[in-house]
Design a binder for this molecule. Structure first.
Ligand code: GLN
Length: 459
């Protein structure tokens, strides 16, 4: 089959179901088919193309794309056309992948349900009354609904793993610095990590390998050889592997059906020859509060660039107002409630007199969490936990309660704070609601291959 035929089949699927699923913010069949024709032409000309050539991809609308709008699901960027491709976008284009469109998300990736999108929420294809997770919820919905075979996402506190878990997909947060942030609209720069969403562990590995690797355009990009994750995803051998169950992420506050599937996954690993050990990471319980100081602090600084002059929306510029007034009006109208809440929190936490008490303390906790990981990885090769405390919740259920929303990322946030590799792999359906449950597998920094190997065993 040609790239054009494959692209057309997915465009047809999008046309048939996206009115209900609402995974995409932008689809432009002409641009997609033009790219597909380009790939077919490269192949016809005898160019050696890799395994992803001609495979369609959906990009989270937080990666810049030079031929498609990029909004981060914010009104403040409506109508902006980026002049360049993100490194992730560019590398996948070079690999011959065909962009189907840009997917919905929580505004600036702040949220766990896509309900913070300025353009309305996406739906969970398993049950259209439920959320597809977030912030990469448009990407998870698109792949779960077979609108796209693969998608990109970003994970700052869980935004790839959590949506993957609640839609029955594989979602991977690579080691921080293993995938480039160049051209990724920033939320919290010390945490933001691009990663893949896919229907199989091998698909995820192929995608991640295609966009990974050192990028001189990102100052935090790691310049070190990485073990092959594709080989690991093909391997799946866990005999003799030491698997640590995180005591702090097991028990109270978890949906019983989620815990039941998690325990079965651990038993499965044991039956495949892994050695299961209980491990304590006492500081993980402080990860959520530390994250909700660090991430808002960084976002308050990053989002200052939306000043009504440089990009997108400009409100009230009628010749009578000062630049400062125009900026205030634009930001008041252009940002949603959650984004404003975070910028206010972050500005407060960073203000002189409070800096040491809040931001400084949170950074100390961050170090303690990294040390918990170091100590745990002296005893075990990987750590496991449920990815999320519950299966997909109902649309609207947590929309008015930010703290309930924040709890969705209880188990995923420690790996963002420490920067290590972590994946979510489906491990069955919860008894209560028949909805997917995810197993989270965490490995040390740069040991991305290890989570793929374990993921392949569980899959
Ligand atoms: N849900 C978390 C938040 O709202 C994580 C988001 C993310 O990983 N981008 O900040």
């Amino acid at each position: 089959t040609s790239a054009v035929e494959v692209a057309q089949a997915h465009l047809d699927r999008i046309a048939a179901v996206d009115g209900q699923v609402k995974a995409f913010l932008h689809v432009d069949p002409d641009t997609t088919l033009e790219q597909a024709r380009g790939v077919d032409a490269r192949r016809a000309a005898g160019e050696e193309l890799g395994p992803l050539a001609g495979v369609p991809i959906a990009h989270k609308d937080v990666f810049t794309t030079k031929d498609m709008p990029t909004t981060a699901a914010s009104k403040i960027l409506e109508g902006w056309l980026p002049p360049y491709d993100a490194t992730v976008t560019a590398r996948l284009r070079a690999a011959g992948m065909v962009i189907l469109g840009k997917t919905n998300m929580d505004e600036f990736a702040m949220g766990s349900s896509t309900e913070n999108s300025a353009f309305g929420p996406s739906r969970n294809p398993w049950d259209l009354t439920r959320v597809p997770g977030g912030s990469s919820g448009g990407s998870s919905a698109a792949v779960a609904a077979y609108e796209a075979p693969l998608a990109t996402g970003t994970d700052t506190g869980g935004s790839i793993r959590q949506p993957a878990a609640v839609t029955g997909l594989i979602g991977m947060k690579p080691t921080y610095g293993g995938s480039s942030r160049y051209g990724l609209i920033a939320f919290a720069s010390s945490l933001d990590t691009p990663g893949p969403l896919a229907r199989t562990v091998l698909d995820a590995a192929l995608l991640q390998e295609a966009f990974s690797g050192h990028d001189p355009m990102d100052s935090t990009s790691i310049d070190e050889p990485v073990p092959s994750i594709v080989a690991a995803a093909r391997n799946g051998d866990v005999a003799g592997l030491r698997v640590g169950v995180v005591r702090e992420f097991d028990g109270e506050g978890y949906q019983p059906g989620v815990l039941a599937r998690f325990r079965e996954a651990v038993e499965l690993l044991e039956s495949l020859g892994a050695k299961v050990i209980e491990v304590s990471c006492p500081n993980f319980t402080y990860a959520l509060p530390a994250y909700y100081l660090i991430a808002p602090s960084e976002c308050s600084s990053n989002l200052a660039r939306f000043d009504a002059m440089r990009y997108g929306l400009r409100v009230g510029d009628d010749g009578t107002r000062s630049a400062e007034e125009v900026m205030a009006l634009t930001r008041a109208e252009g940002f949603g409630a959650e984004v404003k809440r975070r910028m206010m929190l972050g500005t407060y936490a960073l203000s002189s007199g409070y800096y040491d008490a809040y931001y400084g303390k949170a950074q100390q906790v961050r170090t303690l969490i990294a040390r918990d990981f170091d100590a745990a990885f002296e005893q075990v090769d990987v750590l496991v936990s449920p990815t999320t405390p519950t299966s997909a919740f109902e649309l609207g259920e947590r929309a008015d309660d930010p703290v309930a929303m924040y709890l969705a990322d209880l188990c995923t946030i420690p790996s963002n704070l420490a920067g290590n590799a972590a994946i979510s792999v489906p491990c069955g359906l919860a008894d209560e609601d028949g909805l997917p449950v995810g197993l989270q597998i965490m490995a040390p920094v740069l040991a991305d291959d290890r989570v793929y190997r374990v993921g392949a065993a569980v899959e």
